[in-house]
Ligand binder design. Structure first.
Ligand code: FAD
Length: 106
C-alpha cells in the first residue's frame, strides 16, 4: 500500500493544482464536474481512514465550487482540518493562490 505521507503530499499537490487552474467563472457544467470529481475522490482515496474522515468533512462543510477562489479557499480549509488532525501547523488560506498558482512574492 502507498505510504500515507507520500500519497498525501502528492495528492494535495494535485488537488491544489486543480484549484489553481479552475476557472474564475466556471460554467454550470464545470461546477458539476468538480463536485462529482471530489465526491468520487473522497470515496476512492486509497488511505481508508483518511477517506472516511474526508467524507465526513465533506458532509459537514459543503463544497464550494462557484469560482476558483471559492474552491481554493474551501480546499485550503479542508487541508487545514487534516493539518489539525495530524498535528501540523495550519496554513493561512488568504495565501493559497500565492502558494499554488502565482508563486510566493518574498
Ligand atoms: P502536506 O500536508 O502534504 O502539504 C503539502 C504542502 O501544501 C505543504 O508543504 C504546504 O506548502 C502546503 N499546505 C499545507 N497546508 C495547506 C493548506 N491548508 N492549504 C494549501 N496548501 C497547504 N495523513 C494522516 O496521517 N492521517 C489522515 O487522516 C490523513 N488524511 C488525509 C486526507 C486527505 C484528503 C489527504 C489528501 C491527505 C491526508 N493525509 C492524512 C496526509 C497528510 O495530509 C499529509 O499529506 C502528510 O502528512 C504529509 O504532510 P506534509 O508535511 O508533507 O505536507
Amino acid at each position: 500500500p502507498p505510504d500515507v505521507a507520500v500519497l498525501g503530499r502528492s495528492t494535495w499537490t494535485l488537488l491544489h493544482s486543480i484549484a489553481a487552474t479552475y476557472p474564475t467563472t466556471p460554467s454550470q457544467q464545470e461546477q458539476k464536474e468538480l463536485k462529482t470529481f471530489m465526491g468520487l475522490f473522497s470515496r476512492l482515496y486509497p488511505c481508508w481512514v483518511c477517506a472516511e474522515d474526508f467524507q465526513g468533512y465533506m458532509a459537514k462543510e459543503q463544497i464550494r465550487v462557484g469560482s476558483r477562489d471559492e474552491f481554493g479557499k474551501w480546499l485550503c480549509e479542508a487541508h487545514n482540518a487534516v493539518n489539525v488532525k495530524v498535528g501540523k501547523k495550519t496554513f493561512d488560506c488568504a495565501r493559497w493562490e500565492e502558494r499554488w498558482r502565482t508563486g510566493w512574492k518574498d
